[in-house]
Design a binder for this molecule. Structure first.
Ligand SMILES: [Zn+2]
Ligand SMILES: [Zn+2]
Length: 243
């Protein structure tokens, strides 16, 4: 993915929510390098990382009780390792959010980062800082960060890419939690990557939009577009021509 300043198209490129599939161009950039539609979608996805974090915790509960039951009675063997996928994803969510929280606290001259940086309360605190400032985050120029943990390789990541990263974490969490039937795998193929990876999250609140998204590449469509697709077997064009 790349963005060039003179065209001022949404930096989501072909993943843009309002990509014009006839002209092959993303929507115009909004008040950030992303178009306002993509930023709105992000402002719905990112706060949900808190629920994802909590749900992932619950996903680990059966594993824990299983592990305890499997301990042979009377034998003082060390508990079996519980480092499952949900735990790793939780750690990634907490790490990514607090990493950008620290940057945004600095940029916005908020109080300095607290010392304790792990666990659910930190996810909640980080989202409290980031969610109302997603436009500030999306406007951040490329910043050197350690996206894969403090021991990983440093990388220059722009704020809008961080927004996408957080949305991908949300979609990965929903995919993992699909076992609990909160995410539905829908028939059809993605108009961007062509894969059979369309999903929809069950709404938690009546006002939640039931966006359809591709779990592989992150392309998102309003639910109406998906309805058009399943009835006409063609993805609608968002811009220009009447659908
Ligand atoms: Zn866009
Ligand atoms: Zn896709």
């Amino acid at each position: 993915m790349h963005t060039s300043p003179d065209t001022r198209h949404c930096a989501s490129d072909a993943h843009c929510r309002y990509y014009n599939r006839t002209a092959g161009t993303p929507a115009p950039a909004g008040r950030t390098p992303l178009c306002d539609g993509c930023l709105d979608a992000a402002s719905r996805d990112i706060p949900r990382l808190l629920y994802d974090y909590i749900d992932l915790e619950q996903l680990q509960a059966p594993t824990l009780s299983q592990a305890l039951n499997m301990q042979p009675a009377g034998k003082s063997a060390p508990p079996m390792p519980l480092k499952g996928e949900p735990e790793a994803l939780q750690a990634e969510i907490a790490y990514t959010l607090t990493m950008w929280e620290e940057i945004i606290r600095d940029v916005c001259q908020l109080s300095p980062m607290p010392d304790v940086r792990r666990g659910g309360p930190n996810v909640q605190r980080a989202l409290g800082i980031l969610t109302p400032r997603l436009d500030v985050l999306a406007n951040q120029p490329p910043t050197t960060v350690y996206p894969n943990g403090p021991e990983g390789a440093p990388q220059d990541i722009a704020g809008w890419e961080a927004v996408h990263q957080m949305q991908r974490l949300h979609h990965r969490a929903r995919g993992m939690l699909g076992r609990t039937h909160r995410t539905t795998h829908l028939p059809g193929t993605c108009s961007t990557c062509g894969l059979d990876q369309l999903h929809r999250d069950d709404p938690r609140h009546p006002e939640d939009p039931c966006d359809v998204y591709c779990q592989e590449c992150g392309t998102t469509w309003p639910h109406d577009d998906y309805q058009t697709y399943v009835t006409q077997l063609v993805w609608p064009t968002r811009t220009g021509a009447a659908a």
